[in-house]
Design a protein around this ligand. Structure first.
Ligand code: 9UX
Length: 71
């Protein structure tokens, strides 16, 4: 299992948080997804053999936000 942190831009309310968590949790291979609105960070646990970090970023993008790896 892989844990990554992404910086998510564009979230301003609790519903944004729900959208980002839901859209990422719906991806096959994602086991846990948690957003911290204050820090704008998404912590995500996933099986890298099933889903890639890029696919997770794309899903966040499709939901209307921008996710960039927290390096
Ligand atoms: Mo809240 Mo977020 O009213 O896209 S859902 S700002």
């Amino acid at each position: 299992m892989t844990t990554e942190t992404l910086n998510v831009e564009g979230m301003t309310c609790a519903s944004c948080v729900q959208s980002v968590e839901k859209t990422t949790k719906n991806l096959t291979g994602v086991t846990q997804s948690n957003v911290n609105l204050a820090t704008e960070k998404l912590t995500i646990n996933f099986d890298a053999n099933t889903v890639s970090l890029q696919e997770i970023q794309d899903a966040v993008s499709n939901a209307g936000y921008k996710a960039v790896p927290d390096t």
